[in-house]
Design a protein around this ligand. Sequence first.
Ligand SMILES: [Zn+2]
Length: 324
Amino acid sequence: MLDTIIFERYDDSQSLTEQSLRLLDQQQKTWPQLIDGYAAFAGVRQKHISCSGFGVTLQCNPRRIVSSGAKIDPKSIRERKCFLSIENLPPEQRGILYRDRFLVLCNPAPIVDRHLTISHIDHVPQAVEEYFGTMLLLAKDFSPAFTIFYNGPRCGASAPDHMHFQACPAGVIPVELDAASGQRRVPERTIDGVQILTLKNFGREAILLEGTEADRLESVFHRLMASMKKEEKTTQEPKVNVICSSAGDAWRIIVFPRAKHRPDAYFREGDEQVMISPASIDIGGLPVTPMERDFDRVDAAMIEQIYSEVSLTRDEVERIISAM
Ligand SMILES: [Zn+2]
């Protein structure tokens, strides 16, 4: 089964970026769903909204209804066919086999040009801690062209039951620029050579980890997750989105600790509903709505309200960092 899906195999002698661009090219010619997806993407509208201390780009992307409107309760998930399991992939879909465990695939409902999904070859649950080492490797192997991101099972993953990352061209998620800006960066602590920072005047909280040693980054990331679990009083994975990039020999990990997945406005009835269901890209500064109506009416106050509702507070983040 797997053999028929493999477009190319990645090994260290290859450029994962070039392989992925070849895959996109091949799939854009042969996979009807992807051809339709990119035709629809060509028509998405975007507008800038200036909020207090920060700005966002709002995107209207009707195809994202499959994700924004997705039923993610355990019963619905159990009863649907998993769209990432290899036995359910469309016959035209191909992927790059990555380190024998993951498949780099084209996302048929792109939010950005060259949007990739990187899914485990087996149907195993979404779990960032277990695969964080792979996330660092992916960021390095895709460096400097692509950024890797992860949505927690309770924070925007539309397949919470199937381990997957996503990738998009580096610098496209607005927070990547904010994370590099001296105006925003607030150094908090250094543990084991890993720098921990937060971002200020940002309307939501983000925790940055920066370092050059993969094993140290991994152990500090585990400490952060443990501290977030304690703050959330849960033994499950804490509610989280993670964005990871690499440049030269350094990594930058941007963690969004979340209070909830969907804001109250999402659950209002009829016309009152605002269909924004924030995952990494959305909380990263590019909120997406599939609805024209919401694209026209969402304003700065609504974005500020949504961000503050779904993000942890400054106090909670301070506690998390000091308890690491
Ligand atoms: Zn699956």
